[in-house]
Ligand binder design. Structure first.
Ligand code: GUN
Length: 302
């Protein structure tokens, strides 16, 4: 039996800590404000955005979700984002990805003010992550790091193998975990679709992070006995036997891999809730900075 890394529980602990900081801000007349923008009707994005809005409200923040039509022009979306930058009541701005094909993700993300980039996707935020400097950290990689630390899993000298090189997860996670820090200091390998003999790397992992976006891609033969397994995936796979016609699964074949792993994240209830908790944490930290309140970035350090 492996240890379950319970992201749902850890995220709740973080939200409970944030409630105290939100109350302290309110005493100073500041309500942390999160602005979320959803363009179009992507079903998964709708679910994520709804969860972010609800979690922000649970901790006492002011959350606004802007639902914009899929056909919005680039100029109109730019004007909308600039308005969020200029709104003093907004401390954090999130543009939900993916965007409809006609909209250029990169230049739109660049437009979000770096001091409100609570998603951690701006080049300035990512540059700070790479350099090990303070700044907004992307929520999913940071959530993975905090979850491992919360369960006392040291990464010092360990071989962390990340499967997936996205700008949202794989690349920033590698940069976080390679830093010389108590909750990092790992030797990191990033594998991707061009990696030859992938299993050769995954089988060597002390900590294996699956962030590929392919359902149950990591099978038991790809995992070393006693490894820590982190599943970042959330996929819909067809299942005609179910009323919905699909089921949700991670990038790891949980049933087969769990008996081999020392510790493993479930899907759902693992990394997903941590992503949202770190988004709230970044937003509260942003509001504190705007209000001139000293606080640690780490939600467990306050
Ligand atoms: N799409 C999938 N994950 C994320 C995320 O963490 N932030 C944003 N903005 N879009 C996403």
């Amino acid at each position: 039996m492996s240890q379950l890394l319970d992201g749902k529980k850890t995220a709740q602990e973080i939200r409970d800590l944030l409630k105290g900081r939100v109350a302290r801000l309110k005493d100073k007349g500041v309500v942390p404000g999160l602005s979320v923008t959803l363009v179009g009707e992507d079903p998964a994005s709708k679910v994520y955005v709804g969860a972010k809005d609800a979690a922000a409200k649970e901790v006492g923040m002011h959350a606004t979700t802007h639902r914009l039509p899929a056909g919005i022009s680039e100029a109109d979306l730019r004007a909308h984002l600039i308005a969020q930058n200029n709104d003093a009541a907004v401390h954090g701005i999130l543009l939900q990805l993916p965007l409809p094909k006609h909209l250029p993700e990169e230049s739109l993300l660049d437009l979000i003010a770096a001091e409100k980039d609570v998603d951690g996707f701006h080049p300035v935020s990512l540059g700070n992550v790479m350099l090990g400097r303070p700044g907004f950290k992307p929520c999913t990689p940071w959530g993975v790091q905090v979850l491992l630390r919360r369960y006392g899993i040291s990464l010092k000298g360990k071989h962390v193998v990340i499967v997936g090189r996205s700008n949202i997860v794989g690349k920033p996670l590698a940069n976080l975990l390679v830093q010389k820090a108590d909750d990092a200091d790992a030797t990191v390998t990033v594998c991707h679709s061009g990696t030859k003999d992938l299993a050769r790397y995954t089988r060597d992992a002390d900590v294996l992070v699956a962030a590929i976006g392919r359902g149950e891609f990591i099978t038991a033969d790809m995992v070393k006995d006693g490894a820590v397994v982190v599943d970042v995936g959330m996929n819909r796979v067809d299942d005609a036997a179910l009323p919905k016609g699909y089921r949700l699964c991670g990038d790891v074949d949980f049933k087969a891999v769990e008996p081999k792993a020392a510790s493993i994240t479930p899907v759902p209830g693992g990394v997903g809730p941590m992503t949202i908790a770190m988004l709230l944490s970044n937003t509260v930290w942003s509001a504190e900075r705007a209000a001139g309140i000293e606080s640690a970035q780490d939600p467990f350090a306050n």
